[in-house]
Design a protein around this ligand. Structure first.
Ligand SMILES: Nc1ncnc2c1ncn2[C@@H]1O[C@H](COP(=O)(O)OP(=O)(O)O)[C@@H](O)[C@H]1O
Ligand SMILES: [Mg+2]
Length: 684
């Protein structure tokens, strides 16, 4: 669970704290820290389970509450409102007691009392010279620590709010100060702990936080300097044990109430209605804010993805992996790369059920008889899952690779520096002239994305058939049949091999294969030798490995057939300056079979220098020479054709036009009316 809470149990476990909170007031005690008591109503109706305060602090708390009740307005400052704005000094904010003194301000807690210090801080002696001096004074307060505690006064204190809630009007100077502070600490930041309780775990420091679903879910990025380890700490609304009980009841009863047809309609609204209905039946009056928290959790499990829902919503997350029971879920984060989370599945039944549900949502089934599944979730995310301990010894696992909502285009590839514009101009000419291209590389090196981007260069009206295990490709061409394999649910499975056989009967000019790995590869090479064009990807780290896999079991492509390939792109997931990057390491041409040695002849055309991260063209291209002959071009014409394409691509990068639709339109237009495009991009 994201939020650390005092273990549930009888009230006796709490150190007999009794706190009165004045009506409508909020009090925050942070100490081991903890607690946020909201609205009185809640406090009265529910036992104070979630208060975990030690006595000393409780006393302090009491004192604050008393002072607050007696003299709430003591600190009033009389002033004009700046530019029609109202502002107020919020007093509850002024002081927070925390263990590590972050800004180093220590406050006397014994003797004088926190409230008094606070008062002094906000309303200094009359001779104080302006706000700056006041602030300086606040910062300068020197004090002794209470027994065993450290405390600090936090200065972000005075906060601008639009409607003056408590009617405190502040002078211009203060307002300016407020504005400045508001910039430093925007509204959103202050709200982080409104619905949640967050305690930074021992040994970690907070580096950043950001919202996922305001105001319920946010993430703290933590760092442990000792272990040199980052953590993605998910924080969700805190529930009191009684709220948890209610939630469980709701869970149980909702299951009966939500009928099948209803599930199809506006699920959000239905859920909210049913919850309200049920609460009425329970005769429970829970305040609106708390109902919202319950609904948050119910939506999370009925409509969302349960405990990992937030990871799917976080746009900075690329991959989610659960490596087994009792292990933290790991993420691949765009900024922090591989990072562990505070979410762990500890209960084997819960984990198995969850994996089962995930797979079901992807329209497939998983069982001990067939313990692994590859599937696509409704949003297009790729799911790989295993169940039980049959194949994965640490228990059920799952990996979700979040599919890009926007497919990659050549412009993205240049922007990410995966290819240079020269390389793509070359591939553009090659694809337009129907050369066979294969992208090889390791897992997640971006093969499919590259394939998708290069596919945009295919002649716009050619008949295309694509075959995949899971739907990943998204092309812009209209004359395109997209086929996906189907596992055998009792019936007969439809494999890549079957699909390819089907595809060939549809007389396609171009066949795109998501990934070749089995016997379909042989058919693909046969298709190439009979004049079809193919684009595909394959898992292999090098050209040698590719050949080895193609020629070996179970694929068995005859050696001479390999020469049907024209271009191999070798893609890498590597590091440059400590950052994980995806790069096309090599582009090479297949030059046929050496008559004497029988070896496959290759021509390395582009190569990336791993030190400088620059691409270099190594020599002349055989593919281009062939195209030149085929089309009856002069060498100069060929050069211009390449140059023009490079310029168009660079223009798109410069203008930041990278959407599949716009990019495809320009490529298509270039195919039919190159001069117009050159004019449009201002290059002729
Ligand atoms: N050129 C690239 N630059 C940055 N990220 C990329 C690039 N290509 C792919 N990605 C990201 O890498 C992940 C895996 O890409 P994918 O093409 O599915 O890999 P593969 O097919 O090699 O397994 C995706 O999340 C995608 O968004
Ligand atoms: Mg792939």
């Amino acid at each position: 669970m994201a939020v650390k809470r005092k273990p549930t149990g009888p009230v006796v476990g709490i150190k007999g704290v009794e706190i009165k909170i004045p009506k409508g007031k909020k009090v925050q005690v942070r100490r081991r820290k903890i607690v946020k008591a909201k609205k009185t109503a809640l406090l009265e109706s529910l036992p104070f389970w979630n208060l975990w305060v030690d006595t000393e602090l409780a006393e302090l708390q009491k004192k604050i509450a008393e002072v607050e009740a007696e003299a709430p307005m003591k600190r009033e400052v009389k002033v004009k409102i700046p530019k029609g704005e109202k502002a107020r000094v919020r007093r509850e904010k002024v002081v927070k007691v925390e263990k590590p003194a972050v800004e180093g301000l220590e406050v006397p807690i014994k003797g004088e009392g926190l409230a008094a210090v606070e008062r002094k801080a906000v309303k200094p002696p009359a001779k104080a010279g302006g706000i700056a001096a006041r602030i300086a004074r606040i910062r300068g307060i020197k004090v002794e620590k209470p027994e065993g505690e450290e405390a600090r006064v936090r200065r972000e204190k005075v906060v601008a709010e639009k409607p003056a809630v408590e009617g405190l009007e502040v002078d211009t100077e203060l307002a300016q100060l407020q504005q400045k502070m508001a910039v430093e600490k925007p509204e959103a930041l202050r709200r982080f702990e409104e619905q949640t309780t967050f305690m930074c775990p021992e040994g970690y420091q907070e580096q950043a936080r950001y919202w996922i679903t305001e105001p319920y879910t946010w993430v703290a990025i933590l760092f442990n300097p000792e272990k040199n380890e980052r953590m993605y700490y998910l924080v969700e609304p805190s529930l009191t044990p009684s709220e948890k009980n209610i939630l469980e009841m709701l869970h149980e009863h909702l299951l009966d109430r939500l009928t099948y047809e209803e599930a199809a309609k506006d699920r959000d609204a239905i859920l909210v209605n049913k919850v309200k209905e049920l609460l009425k039946e329970y005769e429970m009056s829970i305040d609106e804010e708390n109902v919202k928290k319950l609904i948050y959790y119910l939506k999370r499990s009925y409509i969302g993805y349960g405990r990992i829902d937030a990871f799917l919503k976080d746009h900075k997350i690329e991959d989610i992996s659960c490596d087994g029971l009792g292990l933290p879920i790991f993420l691949y984060h765009q900024e922090y790369q591989n990072i562990r989370t505070n979410v762990v599945y500890d209960d084997p039944i819960e984990l198995d059920l969850f994996v089962g549900r995930l797979v079901e949502r992807a329209g497939k089934q998983i069982s001990l008889g067939k313990p692994t599944v590859d599937a696509t979730l409704p949003q297009g995310y790729r799911l790989q899952a295993t169940i039980g301990k049959e194949v994965t010894t640490k228990g059920s696992t799952f990996t979700i690779r979040k599919y890009r909502e926007r497919p990659f285009t050549p412009v993205d590839l240049i922007k990410y520096r995966t290819f240079s514009s020269d390389m793509l101009a070359f591939l553009w000419l090659a694809a337009e002239n129907k050369r066979n291209i294969i992208i090889v590389g390791g897992t997640a090196s971006g093969k499919t994305c590259t394939l998708n981007a290069i596919a945009l260069f295919m002649p716009p009206d050619a008949k295309i058939v694509s075959i995949e295990d899971t739907r990943e490709l998204s092309l812009y061409q209209e004359n395109w049949v997209a086929a996906v394999t189907r596992p055998a649910y009792g019936g007969k499975a439809i494999t890549m091999y079957d699909l390819l056989a089907q595809a060939l009967r549809q007389r396609p000019e171009i066949i795109v294969v998501g990934e070749v790995r089995g016997p379909e590869a042989l058919s693909l090479f046969q298709a190439m030798t009979t004049g079809h064009t193919s684009y595909s990807t394959m898992h292999a780290g090098s050209i040698q490995e590719m050949i080895y896999r193609l020629e070996g079991e179970p694929i068995n492509v005859p050696h001479h057939m390999l020469a049907a390939l024209d271009i191999v792109c070798i893609q890498l997931l590597t590091h440059f300056k400590e950052v994980r990057v995806r790069r096309n390491q090599t582009v090479l041409e297949i030059a046929g079979i050496d008559q004497e040695t029988g070896a496959l002849k290759t021509n390395r055309l582009f190569e990336r220098d791993p030190v400088t991260d620059q691409f270099e063209m190594l020599g002349d291209s055989m593919v281009l020479t062939e195209i030149m002959r085929e089309r009856g071009w002069s060498a100069l014409r060929l050069k211009t054709e390449l140059e023009n394409r490079r310029k168009v691509l660079e223009y798109l990068v410069e203008k930041d036009i990278s959407g599949i639709e716009e990019v495809s339109k320009i490529i298509r237009r270039y195919y039919f009316e190159p001069e117009k495009v050159m004019k449009q991009v201002g290059l002729k």
